[in-house]
Design a binder for this molecule. Structure first.
Ligand code: G1P
Ligand code: ZN
Length: 542
């Protein structure tokens, strides 16, 4: 087979964001687009003699992109690629395979929770040998490379059969097609007390898992229904589809409305959960009660020792800055370190690698631990199940007991989507310019204590990440954070994170939006959200 060298030219805008390069699918399918970016990856990380993992969330173009990437890996001299059957791997499973096989990293094809299809989103990202997303220094080098690229290498060959598990050759490169589920499911079995969860299901515990026509379907069916004995049919939307069945595979109350309706309805199961396009996010719901991701992180951290993989306790807890401080209270009670990082899972990698943190989480429905280097939806769901099996309490009881002990951090995120970029930028510029004048200002009966633009110094490598979100802290412990999304593909998305702490014992069971009303009003006042964006209300509330 001949390795071809194709002449190409830089394509503007191939700048990976917090989660790799994300664009509309037709953009990715354009001439040389995928090829240029993949060559930039290979040029930066090196390919000769290396082994990579390859897989994606099964969205439209996943299968064809995989064939291109395989041909390019072969032409660039890679020794071996481990690819999930059908070119499918959930993001956490890919992270696990990278680590388990001690590979040189991996390429994940996904646009996470964004819709898939011919006119929706596609994405490509590179994960390092530790299993985690490439750090900024590496993605920046990839971007630089895309601006100067003149050629790429690709093998002239037919498609590899990715439908059958086994070893095939592509030129001189080994392609190992593996079962996407088995190793990951074994890892879960090593961390959690499957016997206890099985006994709970056998005793009549009912669950609903909504895989949203995305990648977790086969994983959830194997683990929940086959290994743990949950009733067949527990997993719904279990067949991954290229367009996710037209669903928006983002596990939050807005997009997972079917699950929400069932959990809030009569005859709701004991426990509900959903995961996103590529399987790294999770939402958990109890019968009649929604668990906010910030609370979920805190509850999981406080109870992790009940699961066999975490019996020895936690080394530390890390959360992204906009995530509520509920987890910090657990860390303080456990006498372990609490870390506050910028948004994006990659910032947890160093803390996990250095053994400083065991559990991490983000308000954006991401939770995980040091078992992989990505957030992990099914992991969080299984840890909840393990805790429920050991404690024998309902989700509502567990939350109530948690708040009674630690107090409650009421929390919500309001997203204003598809704003004109210049308007969003103008709003943020105005906010930044006024930060110095904020302390002492009174709003909605609250007083501003401090305001800044979050900057983070990595405690492991000393690298500094500036301008990670504008924080406004009030004297009563309330907080507003403003941030522009780094993952949107249409205009700008403004995220406003709202938090208010109530120590209890009174006032712990209010509706979150209602409890946060003064903070929400203050957030609008301070930033002039409507004036700048033309929107009086958010598009998505979580
Ligand atoms: C969003 C979330 C962030 C998460 C990222 C990738 O990024 O807010 O917590 O790490 O997706 O899943 P954003 O669009 O806010 O930059
Ligand atoms: Zn995701």
């Amino acid at each position: 087979m001949t390795a071809l060298t194709i002449q190409t030219q830089p394509i503007a805008g191939q700048k990976p964001g917090t989660s790799g390069l994300r664009k509309k699918t037709p953009v990715f399918m354009g001439p040389h687009y995928l090829e240029n970016f993949v060559q930039a990856i290979f040029d930066v990380v090196g390919t000769k003699g290396k082994t990579f993992v390859l897989g994606g969330d099964g969205r439209y173009f996943n299968d064809r992109a995989a064939q291109v990437i395989l041909r390019m890996a072969a032409a660039n001299g890679a020794a071996r690629v481990i690819v999930g059957q059908g070119a499918v791997l959930s993001t956490p499973a890919a992270s696990h395979l990278i680590r388990l096989n001690q590979t040189d990293g991996g390429i994940i094809m996904s646009a996470s929770h964004n819709p898939g299809g011919p006119n929706e989103d596609f994405g490509v990202k590179f994960n390092m040998p530790n299993g985690g997303p490439a750090p900024e220094s590496v993605t920046e080098a990839m971007y630089q490379r895309t601006t100067e690229i003149t050629e790429y290498h690709i093998l002239q060959a037919q498609d590899v059969d990715l439908g059958t598990v086994g070893r095939v050759m592509l030129g001189a490169m080994v392609v190992d097609v593996v079962d996407p589920v088995a190793d990951y499911a074994d890892l879960m079995e090593s961390l959690f007390d499957f016997d206890k969860i099985t006994a709970m299901f056998a005793a009549g515990f009912r669950m609903r898992m909504d895989s949203m026509c995305a990648v977790t379907g086969p994983y959830a069916v194997d683990i929940l229904e086959r290994r743990l004995g949950a009733k067949p049919g527990t997993v719904t939307h279990a067949t991954p589809l290229p367009d996710f069945g037209g669903m928006h595979p983002d596990p939050n109350p807005t997009w997972a409305h079917e699950l929400m309706a069932e959990m809030m309805g009569t005859d709701a199961p004991d426990f509900g959960a959903a995961s996103d396009g590529d399987g790294d996010r999770n939402m958990v719901v109890g019968r009649g009660i929604y668990v906010s991701p910030s609370d979920s992180l805190a509850v999981l951290a406080a109870n992790a020792h009940l699961a066999k993989g975490y019996r020895g306790g936690l080394k530390g807890i890390a959360r992204s800055m906009p995530t509520s401080a509920a987890a910090d209270r657990v860390a303080a009670a456990l006498g372990i370190a609490a870390y506050e990082t910028p948004t994006g899972w990659k910032f947890f990698g160093n803390l996990l690698d250095a053994g400083k943190a065991t559990i991490c989480g983000e308000e954006s429905f991401g939770t995980g631990s040091d078992h992989v280097r990505e957030k992990d939806g099914l992991w969080a769901i299984l840890l909840w199940l393990n805790i429920l099996a050991v404690r024998g309490d309902s989700v509502a009881d567990i939350l109530a007991a948690h708040w009674a002990k630690f107090g409650r951090n009421y929390y919500s995120r309001h997203d204003f989507e598809a704003i004109a970029t210049d308007k969003a930028d103008a709003m943020v510029t105005a906010l930044r310019a006024g930060l110095g004048d904020l302390p002492g200002r009174k709003l909605q009966g609250m007083e501003i204590a401090s305001a800044d633009d979050f900057a983070y110094t990595d405690p492991v490598d000393g690298s500094v990440s500036a301008k990670q979100g504008i924080r406004v802290n009030f004297t009563d412990g309330s907080r507003i954070v403003y941030r522009l999304s780094g993952t949107g593909t249409e205009g700008a998305t403004l995220r406003v994170y709202l938090e208010r702490y109530v120590a209890g014992p009174e006032g712990l069971d209010r509706d979150a939006q209602e409890a946060l009303a003064p903070v929400i009003a203050a957030a609008h006042d301070l930033a002039g959200i409507t004036r700048f964006t033309g929107k009086a209300a958010p598009d998505v509330v979580t």
